[in-house]
Design a protein around this ligand. Structure first.
Ligand code: OGA
Ligand code: MN
Length: 213
């Protein structure tokens, strides 16, 4: 009987299985409609509230750099999201993330024990030069996760593409448009990537890291 219960407890999830297979094969996965349109509206409204309350700070790059040098590397503004927050947006976001993390930990023994996420705004004209996410001197970062919160009429002319560089230098870079509801997951210690210059309007996202102990 106990055995039967053990088997019943685990239900294979096709979406998470796709993510796992993608990560194994190419170190990244792009999932469209990870969040529904209504969820994106809620998350974007929450981001904009915080942004207009002046809660955001210039994103740093680990060491102390002066502003001019920073401008040449990255131009985004960030606000760290507290998982304990009672905001509906934060609760909805972490519920989905936690469900995925618990599946990954069960099936892949990934050992994700920590996570950190921030809202990010890239004003028009800003970008983030090619980098590896572990250069913030944190080798506990296993998986990077970006969730786009842009308006549903986001146009490719707006720029702001995420470009992922496969380790195989003969392979073409992967260009990903920041479409609302889309989530990109990639291995933080393996894949270099950049955010192309945002050419029009503002670019909204949640970015974060799933970390080992
Ligand atoms: C980052 C990053 C990618 C994106 O914040 O480290 O690479 O598409 N973001 O916003
Ligand atoms: Mn990055």
């Amino acid at each position: 009987m106990a055995e039967l219960f053990d088997q019943l407890e685990f239900v294979e999830d096709p979406l998470y299985e796709t993510i796992i297979n993608d990560l194994l094969q190419q170190h990244y996965s792009v999932i469209d409609n990870f969040f529904s349109e209504e969820e994106i509206v809620l998350l974007r409204a929450s981001l904009l509230d915080k942004y207009h309350e002046d809660c955001f700070k210039r994103a740093a790059i680990g060491n102390k750099f002066d502003e001019q040098i920073l401008d040449q590397i990255r131009g985004d503004f960030v606000f760290w999201i507290d998982e304990g927050s009672t905001s509906k947006a934060a609760q909805l976001f972490f519920k989905k993330i936690n469900a995925m993390v618990s599946y990954l930990n069960k099936t892949c023994f990934l050992g994700i024990f920590h996570k950190e996420f921030h809202y990010a705004v890239y004003p028009k004209g800003t970008f983030y030069k090619r980098h590896l996410d572990t250069f913030q001197n944190d080798d506990r970062r296993k998986l990077s996760l970006v969730c786009y919160l842009n308006d549903s009429n986001w146009k490719s002319e707006n720029g702001g593409e995420l470009v992922i560089y496969p380790n195989d230098v003969t392979a073409e870079p992967i260009v990903i448009h920041p479409l609302p509801g889309r989530v990109v997951i990639f291995e933080s210690q393996i894949l270099e990537h950049e955010v192309k210059r945002v050419l029009a309007t503002e670019r909204y996202s949640i970015t974060g890291w799933l970390k080992t102990r």
